[in-house]
Design a binder for this molecule. Structure first.
Ligand code: ITT
Length: 192
């Protein structure tokens, strides 16, 4: 089975490829001829995930999956959530982090969670898979790996932030890894 990972985010692609190893080859959007930005105009992570995957199916007729993810901060009532990519006013990770840290500064509760919703479209049918990881937001950035909010997010039960972990370490415990594991389980039973 050939599957396209419907993302323009190279970090996400690298993370999923690191989880998969050489066992399975994914097509990229470019490889199926999709050069455009995917639509993300709903107001939920679930909705955007579905929108991206169904766009690819409808325009390119390719079985695919899309990942929509966000950081949900308890003291900020779940923000930035679906707005995570542009929270600081642009796609710039440093601006996004700066806004979250500024808004969180007056609060003592620094708990947060990352959420990923993967939508798989296979033969025109859509299925969703969720992965969540809880953690604490640090006051300062630590580490240089990963992307987005990784330098300020320390997953519960760990000493290091996601940005201080290798891609393989993050790939064992992240929100994306959890959602992807349920997708893989589904595909195993789908094939048999
Ligand atoms: P695609 O839609 O093309 O897949 P995107 O970057 O637009 O890529 P999202 O809409 O899911 O992806 O954006 C979510 C944002 O949340 C992303 O830009 C990061 O700022 C942040 N984010 C998502 N996953 C993350 C992770 O594993 N670690 C840190 N930040 C993450």
């Amino acid at each position: 089975m050939k599957l396209c990972f419907a993302t323009n985010n190279l970090h996400k692609l690298q993370e999923i490829k690191a989880i998969l190893g050489d066992s399975f080859t994914l097509n990229t959007l470019k490889e199926i001829g999709c050069e455009e930005e995917l639509p993300e105009t709903t107001d939920t992570i679930e909705g955007n995930s579905r929108q991206k995957a169904e766009y690819v199916w409808e325009h390119f007729g390719t079985d695919c999956f899309a990942d929509d993810s966000g950081l949900e901060v308890t003291a900020l009532n779940g923000a930035p959530g679906v707005h995570s990519a542009y929270y600081g006013g642009s796609r710039d990770f440093q601006q996004n982090i700066a806004r979250v840290l500024e808004e969180l500064a007056p609060h003592t509760d620094r708990s947060a969670r990352f959420k990923t919703v993967i939508t798989l479209v296979i033969q025109g049918e859509s299925y969703q898979f969720e992965g969540i990881v809880t953690g604490q937001l640090l006051k300062e950035q630590r580490g240089t790996q990963g992307f987005g909010y990784d330098p300020i997010f320390r997953p519960d039960g760990h000493e290091r932030t996601f940005a201080e972990m290798t891609i393989e370490e993050k790939g064992k415990l992240s929100h994306r890894a959890k959602a992807f594991a349920t997708l893989v389980d589904f595909l195993r039973s789908y094939k048999s």
